[in-house]
Design a protein around this ligand. Structure first.
Ligand SMILES: Nc1ncnc2c1ncn2[C@@H]1O[C@H](COP(=O)(O)OP(=O)(O)OP(=O)(O)O)[C@@H](O)[C@H]1O
Ligand SMILES: O=c1ccn([C@@H]2O[C@H](COP(=O)(O)O)[C@@H](O)[C@H]2O)c(=O)[nH]1
Length: 243
């Protein structure tokens, strides 16, 4: 029995966070560090499932704006998330942690199909499960896939590991004066139009009472601290007081 606060978590990893200092793709050093941090968490007995974004390789919306058919661009984005999933699987398995990639798109040569009960069984056996292919539907994002899978597998929380260390009053990348919240409600994120996570994902979590913590995956040790229930990042939950 784990002495940690959460027993089963859904970790959403930003694709862009995998780039390190590069302009695109996967930085080997970054993905190896993230793999080590994930293993530290599974070593404590916490069950971990992961959804990875694809922004380091392909973002459908941007290509649609360039004139490409949106649905086709979105399928390319979903395929990019499968590539990131395989890269993470490789890094994690090299540390000796058994891992399964389940894809929402059928690519049976490289990944299992997504089967909810099978995913849960893998987790119970202590395997890391990586969900590739997003939701399998265009016009969605991997944030929404993370919320959906978290609900399906009965996770205790969605942990969004990204480039910033929480939810801010505005995007801290464009406004360094922005202030970070410690906690705030789903409705406050929606009403204030805070863009750290898309509205569909927030709404799905709100309607199903699934808490979210946004934290920096670039900060060494932050993942284990969040999982241990320490004060790290921003908690988005059902109560209405922000601070
Ligand atoms: N109010 C806000 N608070 C915090 N971050 C914000 C806010 N508004 C916008 N952001 C931006 O949202 C980004 C988080 O989204 P992220 O880059 O993880 O995107 P994603 O679509 O989930 O992942 P990917 O990189 O795979 O596409 C942060 O890097 C930050 O710049
Ligand atoms: O369910 C989904 C998930 C993703 N997409 C497409 O993939 C890219 C990459 O995902 P990010 O969440 O932006 O990292 C996304 O922009 C979509 O184009 C999708 O269509 N459906």
């Amino acid at each position: 029995m784990s002495r940690h606060r959460y027993q089963r978590i859904l970790l959403k990893l930003s694709g862009e966070a995998l780039m390190g200092d590069g302009q695109y793709g996967v930085d080997r050093g970054v993905i190896e560090r993230i793999a080590r941090e994930i293993k530290e968490v599974t070593d404590t007995g916490v069950q971990v499932a992961v959804v990875i974004g694809g922004g380091n390789i392909f973002r459908g919306m941007a290509k649609a704006a360039d004139g490409m058919d949106r649905a086709t661009a979105d399928y390319m984005g979903m395929l990019a998330t499968v590539m990131n999933s395989l890269a993470l699987q490789d890094a994690v398995e090299s540390l000796g942690l058994p891992t399964r990639v389940q894809s929402a798109l059928h690519i049976s040569e490289v990944a299992e199909p997504y089967i909810r009960r099978r995913a849960i069984r893998h987790l119970e056996k202590g395997r890391l499960v990586i969900f590739g292919g997003g939701t399998g539907n265009p016009f969605f994002t991997t944030d929404t896939a993370a919320s959906l899978r978290a609900m399906e597998i009965g996770a205790d929380i969605v942990l969004k590991g990204t480039k910033v260390d929480g939810v801010y009053t505005e995007d801290p990348v464009s406004n360094p004066q922005a202030m970070r919240y410690n906690r705030l409600s789903y409705n406050e994120v929606l009403e204030r139009n805070l863009q750290v996570m898309d509205a569909t994902a927030i709404t799905l979590c709100r309607d199903n009472d699934m808490p979210i913590t946004v934290f920096s995956i670039n900060k060494p040790g932050a993942l284990l601290r969040v999982v241990s229930g320490e004060d790290e990042g921003t908690l988005v939950h059902g109560e209405t007081t922000s601070c």
